[in-house]
Design a protein around this ligand. Sequence first.
Ligand code: HEM
Length: 398
Amino acid sequence: MSTRLNMLSPEVRDNPYPFLAELRRTAPVVQVEPGGMWAVTRYEDAQYVLKSTHLFSSEGLRLAMDPAWLGRSNPIAESIIFLDPPKHGRLRTLVGRVFTPATLTRLEPRIRAVADALATKLVESRTVDFVDAFAMPIPATVIGWFLGLDASLQRHFKRWSNDIAAIGGARPEDVELMAQCRRTIEEMEQYLQGVLSDRRRSLGDDLVSDLIRARVDGESLTDSELMGFLFLLLVSGLETTANLLSQSARVLAMHPELFARMRETPSLIPRFIEETLRFEPTATATLRTCTEDTTVAGVHLPRGSTVLVSLASAARDENHFPDGDSFILEREGSPSLSFGHGSHFCLGSMLARMEARVALEALVAKVHRLELRTEQVDWTPSLTVRGPQTLPVEIFPL
Ligand code: HEM
């Protein structure tokens, strides 16, 4: 390819896979737009970048999340996703104390009750937007529990998460967006500060209390680390999981025979979720900054360059996933990199998998099949997250 590929162009947004396949074949490490970032598209190279934290830092991006125009600090800039070892390890161990199998076991029946109620409502309607009616409310409810926020606030979560994610990419002319991001940070902080103060007064049997209690070598999370982590949970756990559910519904709508198999044998659902995560990764990329001049696959990358690690491309790498453009339920072999790799591997991966399993079990128990109302999809305009913004479907009850 002679001109740089624009990862945000409408063609790439509609269907990135042929463009990524071409990069893997002809220029596996190459500069792309926006901003001349270096795209790394092969599975092995992606793994190499993600595990070489001394060469490819997560901290560089923290600056982008904390721009001067905010006029204050952005709490999420204090969170683990923007830290390198050794600071990252200390914080990860502390917050890891609440992401345990026991937490999942505690949450599962509550998630099932929510998913069952939503599935019942689905079958009462004929045509719905699946994102709004099912895919978004499930992770929004779970994140609400994690953050200790009132259910009435869930309707703001998507806007909050979008605004926080938009901070890094705002251009000087986006004056209204900047004002909105400032308002969102203040709004979120005000609610979460209220939750933290309540729990500090009286610790309970909930996740914010568990975070306050967490200790490693006698050390606990500071106030700004706690706030940063709560911001991160919203941004990292909401849209990614909602998109996994929407992508699962698209695959099931396009393959009615798979829908029937899931209903007959629900124990296949976890396998279905793994292949959906590979086939349509909802976290399509993650970014790093080079700490020194270095090379990847023989290509020189100057110190300070931004690297776009394409998880979506790694998921279709023909050397790891033969016939990778097909959805193959029985697929064996390499794990996908959909939850990342190395020290920043997704902290919520088991939770996301459990949410998706419980949600799909509830769906197949009540719905006979789904039909897409349109082939056209309006995909999220993002470098790092992919999913349909709406998914109009017709519901055929059992
Ligand atoms: C399908 C759903 C999800 C996907 C595809 C996903 C994907 C990812 C990826 C790729 C990373 C690594 C980022 C990097 O290396 O820079 C990550 C990190 C993270 N994820 Fe997820 N995620 C999902 C759901 C969740 C959920 C439900 C939560 C929690 C409620 C969560 C919390 C986190 C956190 C806290 C990190 C940062 C870990 C660290 O920096 O050590 N994620 N996720």
